[in-house]
Design a binder for this molecule. Structure first.
Ligand code: GLY
Ligand code: MN
Ligand code: MN
Length: 441
């Protein structure tokens, strides 16, 4: 992947981390390459924290931030290697990387242990992703012991080891302009893929054929990966929340639930749409769909600065629970359904999550026992659903209907901006798009 244009945002993020740390040294490695089988690797994906702070796309790299009055940032990366570059392609090497990505220093990755041990002398704290990888934990202990070995020479070792991720997580929660530009593009590509999927769906085609349409649209627009394994679930498969086999035929009269988003320059989109395989909602499908759509509207009304994280979820649950009562899926009053949480039989997940470099992005949901307060610049999903598995006590016409509607939203000063709005979700809009596509057959 080519590096993101413009390094000033990355520089600023490193400075903010140094400020949050105070005195101390932070070491943030990128992700290792992963073997898939024998000589084949998984497509390489950098570590999100490392990339957030560097924009540097290569494996075998680590960022070191030395905090204090005049913070310094160091990149450790692979050296240039003419032989390897014939096989694997371009690599920056420390000198070009330093210049291109704006570090004070850059060194070969092989020098990391020696340089970090030296940097830790007389520092109060070591920050790194504690517990994320046993090999890095062992390495951190070796660095600390190397410093402690110099005690008789009057050198002191850090007496505090802290997880650097909690500092970076909090920074990542509020997106800056560069991130928002990428997230909007990622969202538009995913919305185009959902439109393409709706246009391509016909009874008799298979789930994997529609998955192929999604992947084609992602890739042709420059997205490097799907942000997660797409869920393309026809009929009863929609009631399996993490259905990913996507290999069943699509049947006339069933709904198709698609949960798919792409990753563009590291940034995820995450959209779910549910629509009829034959292009026309049945009366029962329509009833359930309108309840989920109303729940999403109610949740989005609660997405605004100053509201608590759980307010959108609570609003969605209320509408869904009332819908379950009206559909005669559950006995009792609305208050009883909410109090006893019997709605969880048909709505068992939360209404959203933070979204960014990770599809389930960094950032706490609760702090000191209280839900986080929404603030401008935060990005999240709003994704209510109803999953009605077949059972004797479920009205026959509702059995095996699974519906989720998921959009990506930005908390703005004005409230809630839906960045995935180009994927249709009103029944009339979906049916019109599918009708037009069929007219061209
Ligand atoms: N596709 C993952 C999620 O919706 O959370
Ligand atoms: Mn989601
Ligand atoms: Mn999703």
């Amino acid at each position: 992947m080519k590096p993101t244009e413009g390094i000033s945002h990355f520089d600023l993020r490193r400075q903010r981390l140094a400020q949050a740390m105070g005195q101390g040294v932070a070491v943030i490695p990128t992700a290792p390459e992963q073997l898939r089988n024998r000589d084949t690797h998984f497509p390489y994906r950098f570590d999100s924290h490392f990339y957030y702070l560097t924009g540097f796309p290569e494996p075998e790299a680590a960022l070191v931030v030395i905090g204090g009055e005049a913070p310094r940032t160091l990149l450790f990366c692979r050296e240039k290697n003419a032989d390897r570059e014939i096989w694997d392609g371009f690599r920056y090497g420390p000198e070009a990387a330093r210049e291109r990505f704006g570090f004070e220093e850059a060194h070969p990755i092989a020098a990391l242990d020696e340089k970090v041990s030296a940097a830790l002398e007389n520092q109060p704290a070591l920050y790194y992703p504690v517990g994320a990888d046993p090999q890095w934990d062992a390495r951190a202990i070796r660095w600390l012991n190397a410093v402690r070995a110099k005690a008789r020479a009057g050198v002191t070792a850090p007496d505090r080891v802290q997880d650097v991720r909690s500092l970076v997580d909090d920074m990542r929660l509020v997106k800056d302009a560069q991130e928002l530009a990428l997230m909007r593009r990622s969202a538009r590509i995913a919305a185009a893929a959902h439109r393409r999927a709706m246009q391509a769906t016909r009874p008799g085609r298979a789930e994997h054929e529609i998955e192929a349409e999604l992947l084609y649209e992602f890739r042709r627009n420059g997205a490097q990966f799907p942000a997660y394994s797409p869920i393309v679930a026809g009929g009863a498969n929609a009631c399996v929340l993490h259905y990913v086999s996507n290999d069943a035929p699509l049947r006339d009269g069933d709904l198709l639930l698609i949960d798919a988003g792409c990753e563009l320059d590291g940034y995820a989109s995450d959209i779910t749409r549910t629509f009829p395989v034959n292009g026309r909602f049945s009366p029962a499908q329509r009833e359930v769909y309108e309840i989920v759509l109303a729940a999403q509207r109610a949740a989005m009304d609660k997405v605004r600065p100053g509201n608590a994280w759980n307010e959108p979820h609570d609003a969605a649950v209320r509408v869904l629970a009332e819908g379950m009562r009206e559909l005669r899926l559950l006995p009792g009053t609305l208050d009883e359904i909410l109090e006893k949480e019997t709605y969880k039989r048909f709505y068992m997940h939360r209404t959203g999550h933070w979204l960014g470099l990770d599809v389930h992005d960094a950032g706490e949901y609760k702090r000191a026992g209280s839900w986080r307060t929404l603030a401008a610049g935060m990005t999240l999903t709003v994704e209510p659903g109803l999953y009605i598995r077949a059972a004797d006590d479920v009205p026959e016409r509702l059995r095996n209907i699974g519906i989720r509607i998921e959009d990506d939203v930005l908390v703005s000063d004005a409230g809630c901006e839906v960045i995935t709005a180009e994927a249709p979700k009103a029944i009339d809009d979906i049916e019109a798009l599918m009708r037009d596509a069929r007219a061209r057959d």
